[in-house]
Design a protein around this ligand. Structure first.
Ligand code: PFF
Length: 462
């Protein structure tokens, strides 16, 4: 029997939910680190170009496929393009499944650091504590890892369980404004710090000598991750839109908000880092290090109002992660509902539990279980977690993205895509011809470049 599909209660609700999906650990955990690693300004500039030239057209393509068909990833591609394209949707669902399984682990860490910072803020920061050791002890403690990732999974399942409007949209409506408020508070505090000038110069003054060719591809690869593209998430969210909403306007707003948050988070973190003599040299070579090893202590030593902002910062990470993890679970759940006719509650619990089996593997791969921590399938990617992240970021998202550009640019008719994109906007405001050029030529060539770089030149986005 055909079930009643969910839909967003309003345009605003949809924009918040989709922005919540986009803003996540990619903005707070990955972007600042890769900006650091790639030398700042020039990388940021290239990233902005990638977001506008590739991310924006693909976002519109995904949303239009979803809204046109009113189906989740697999059914939508099958209906919009052809039966074999269901496989591309299936690839996306699998990608959502894997990504959610390890995303939950990092999100769990934010819960751990939240409780730690609350204890330090109320009971005083212990002077003899090494942050590196603390991090190693928590990530290597299998029992603790399982508990915190289970807690986070339960939170994710609880949202999706209540459906599109009462679960996802409602949580996005509450949490996103809170997230923006925390970020604004932290920005104000960061800008008063002595390192803020240096941080702003590092981020916004391009120095092309610092930019490696692989940085360009890394910027492009990250634009998929951060905008939740390449795995059918925006197809799924688009399928709950109604025809009065403009896809073009919504895409522009989502992209601008996601980019602003990534930049603000980077300004905040770098202002703190540049305010401490010698700190810049200590930032290790890992994404994890900046957020969970370098920063926690600095809240208690240099950040103005750090005793309040420290716990708030980790709440911010947890909220951003939740609005993304719920969207990932929705991709998997909506597939089971649409394609197998399962009722939402059952489907959510089943999908949540299945994903958690793989979360266990990721959670135990930081030292607590030797074979999970030392396995190596891809060169230099040690452990289950890094293997999964490498597979998703380097292989799944770019290939999925390429397929979607081809679907919308080459396989769907001009009338269909034009009709969807011109709905709800004033003529003259948007050039359909420009979109078509980008989705047919610029985006596929750029994404193919990523795939070639991964295949033949060992470039790494994870
Ligand atoms: N965009 C999220 C982030 O930046 O953390 C990650 C993500 C969520 C990717 C949902 C893909 C997705 F479908």
């Amino acid at each position: 029997m055909e079930q009643q599909r969910g839909n967003w209660s309003s345009n605003f609700g949809f924009i918040l939910a989709a922005t919540g999906s986009a803003i996540g650990l990619g903005n707070l955990w990955k972007f600042p680190f890769i900006t650091w690693d790639n030398g700042g300004g020039a990388f940021v500039l290239v990233y902005l170009v990638c977001i506008a030239a590739v991310g924006l057209p693909i976002m519109m393509a995904e949303l239009l496929i979803g809204r046109k068909t009113q189906k989740s990833a697999i059914g939508a591609l099958r209906e919009a393009v052809g039966p074999l394209w269901g496989l591309v949707g299936g690839w996306g669902v699998l990608c959502g499944f894997i990504l959610l399984s390890y995303y939950t682990v990092i999100a769990g860490w934010s819960l751990f650091y939240f409780t730690k910072t609350v204890t330090w803020s109320t009971g005083g920061f212990p002077s003899d504590l090494s942050m590196g050791e603390l991090f190693g002890a928590q990530s290597g403690n299998g029992g603790l890892q399982l508990i915190i990732s289970l807690l986070f999974s339960i939170a994710t399942v609880s949202v999706v369980y209540f459906g599109v409007q009462k679960g996802i949209e409602r949580i996005a409506r509450i949490f996103l404004p809170v997230l923006f408020a925390i970020l604004a508070l932290m920005l104000v505090s960061a800008l008063t710090m002595s390192g803020s000038g240096e941080a702003l110069a590092f981020i916004f003054r391009p120095n092309f000598a610092e930019l490696r060719p692989s940085g360009v591809l890394e910027a492009l690869g990250h634009s998929f991750f951060t905008l939740s593209l390449g795995m059918g998430l925006m197809i799924t969210y688009g399928s709950y839109m109604d025809r009065t909403q403009s896809i073009v306007k919504a895409s522009a707003i989502i992209i601008v908000l996601d980019t602003v948050v990534a930049l603000v988070a980077t300004v905040i973190m770098f202002s703190v880092i540049f305010s401490v003599a010698g700190m810049a040299d200590e930032i290790g070579g890992s994404t994890v290090g900046m957020l969970f090893i370098s920063l926690p202590e600095l809240f208690y030593t240099v950040v103005p109002f750090g005793r309040i902002l420290g716990p708030l910062f980790y709440v911010l990470i947890a909220l951003a992660a939740l609005t993304s993890s719920m969207s990932l679970l929705e991709v998997v759940t909506s597939y089971v509902i649409d394609e197998h006719g399962l009722e939402r509650h059952k489907a959510t619990l089943m999908c949540g539990a299945s994903v958690f089996v793989f979360t266990v593997l990721a959670a135990l791969s930081f030292g607590s279980t030797p074979w999970l921590s030392t396995m190596e399938i891809f060169d230099g990617k040690i452990g289950w977690f890094s293997t999964a992240d490498h597979f998703v970021s380097n292989w799944m998202l770019p290939t999925g993205g390429l397929a979607i550009t081809l679907a919308a640019g080459w396989f769907m008719t001009r009338e269909t895509t034009e009709g969807e994109l011109l709905d709800g906007i004033q003529p003259g405001w948007f050039s359909y011809g420009a979109w078509r050029f980008f989705i047919r030529f610029v985006a596929p060539i750029a994404v193919a470049a990523i795939i070639i770089a991964v295949l033949f030149f060992n470039v790494d986005f994870s």
